[in-house]
Design a binder for this molecule. Structure first.
Ligand SMILES: Cc1cc2nc3c(=O)[nH]c(=O)nc-3n(C[C@H](O)[C@H](O)[C@H](O)COP(=O)(O)OP(=O)(O)OC[C@H]3O[C@@H](n4cnc5c(N)ncnc54)[C@H](O)[C@@H]3O)c2cc1C
Length: 316
């Protein structure tokens, strides 16, 4: 994938009601605090704005969607084409006591969903309070913790396709697997119906506290990190394989394998995306040599590898 020639890209961008920004410094908003600029960042005003934009957008222009960027490594050369981020207009959450459902928009953060559910005595969504991503990101990643996954509580999701159609999916149509959603990669999830059970709000609040204190002991939640780096292979834990391959604390520049949780990478301040990615590849190599197991990246890596590659522009 190459950067799109700037003047051509601008001419091909359809009119919108939302916010369009050129050369947006995306590293400001990623958890790792690394990555080059997004050529164009689009924050739609609402679902119709997004749908019309995608309907008109030249299909040769690369499209990337990001949420809270908590499981995302944006490479140093930046993201070519258009990056869509669902902002404030997509952050609403509404709990419905009678049906024990929460209707959440795509950019709502997990903890907001859990808190709304707790207030109305809806249990089963406590695990989301410790996952720092958005509802859209959780659906794409099939995010989960403490034995629960979004796929178990999701009833329905609404998405916009690359062609601009607004589509609705039931849980069984989404082909969920461990940290995987089988829907086409270019769908943008804009809202979800999430279901729980009836329970005393105080008991739910207690469990949310337990989830968060367990997390603060086991994970570097205050660091510049990207969550779990690799998926757990069948019948083993990625962190144990990484630890026994001698990678705990391993460094490359200012990137480090977290001494606290070996499946987390950390940027100590001035690491580049390539430091982090190369450190991850070094970990994969050492685990393969020691255990013969090929770790699969859970973190999604997007964008161009290095600044030089932005010079090779795509002419549309
Ligand atoms: C400290 C920390 C702890 C974490 N703990 C956990 C944990 O316990 N369990 C867990 O599962 N994860 C955990 N994560 C990882 C991360 O929070 C989840 O994967 C989360 O679901 C990602 O959501 P996001 O909005 O940040 O997505 P991003 O990181 O922005 O993107 C991840 C992927 O989702 C896609 N995406 C984002 N939004 C949308 C959308 N609206 N529609 C379609 N695709 C979209 C992106 O294109 C990308 O492929 C942790 C991360 C951190 C930093």
């Amino acid at each position: 994938m190459a950067a799109v020639q700037e003047n051509i890209l601008i001419k091909k961008i359809p009119p919108v009601r939302g916010l369009l920004q050129r050369d947006y410094p995306i590293s400001q908003s990623t958890w790792f605090r690394v990555g080059g600029n997004a050529q164009i960042l689009f924050e739609p005003a609402d679902a119709e704005d997004l749908s019309e934009f995608l309907f008109r957008l030249d299909e040769r222009i690369p499209l990337t969607v990001i949420g809270a960027a908590s499981n995302l490594l944006v490479r140093d050369g930046g993201i070519p084409g258009v990056t869509v981020r669902l902002g404030k207009p997509f952050s609403g959450v509404c709990a419905q006591k009678n049906s024990f459902e929460v209707i959440a928009s795509g950019s709502a953060i997990g903890v907001k969903v859990s808190r709304a559910a707790q207030k109305f005595g809806i249990s089963g969504l406590e695990f989301l309070s410790g996952i720092p991503g958005t509802v859209g990101g959780a659906i794409r990643m099939n995010a989960g913790a403490f034995g629960s996954e979004i796929s178990e509580v999701l009833t329905q999701a609404k998405a916009v396709s690359r062609q601009g159609e607004i589509l609705t999916f039931g849980r069984d149509e989404m082909d969920f697997d461990y940290r995987h959603n089988g829907c086409p990669d270019d769908l943008i999830f804009i809202s979800a119906i999430i279901s729980g059970r009836s329970e005393d709000p105080d008991l739910i609040a207690e469990r949310m506290l337990e989830v968060n204190s367990a997390r603060s002991v086991s994970q570097p939640i205050k660091a510049r990190t990207g969550g779990s780096t690799f998926k757990n292979p069948p019948n083993s834990k990625a962190w144990q394989l990484i630890d026994s391959a001698g990678c705990r604390g391993l460094m490359r520049g200012q990137a480090q394998v977290s001494p606290q949780h070996c499946n987390f990478l950390i940027n100590h301040g001035r690491a580049s995306a390539s430091d982090l990615e190369e450190l991850g590849e070094e970990v994969r190599k050492r685990v393969f040599i020691k255990h013969g197991i090929d770790l699969e990246w859970e973190i999604k890596r997007v964008g161009l590898k290095d600044l030089a590659s932005t010079e090779h522009e795509q002419h549309i």
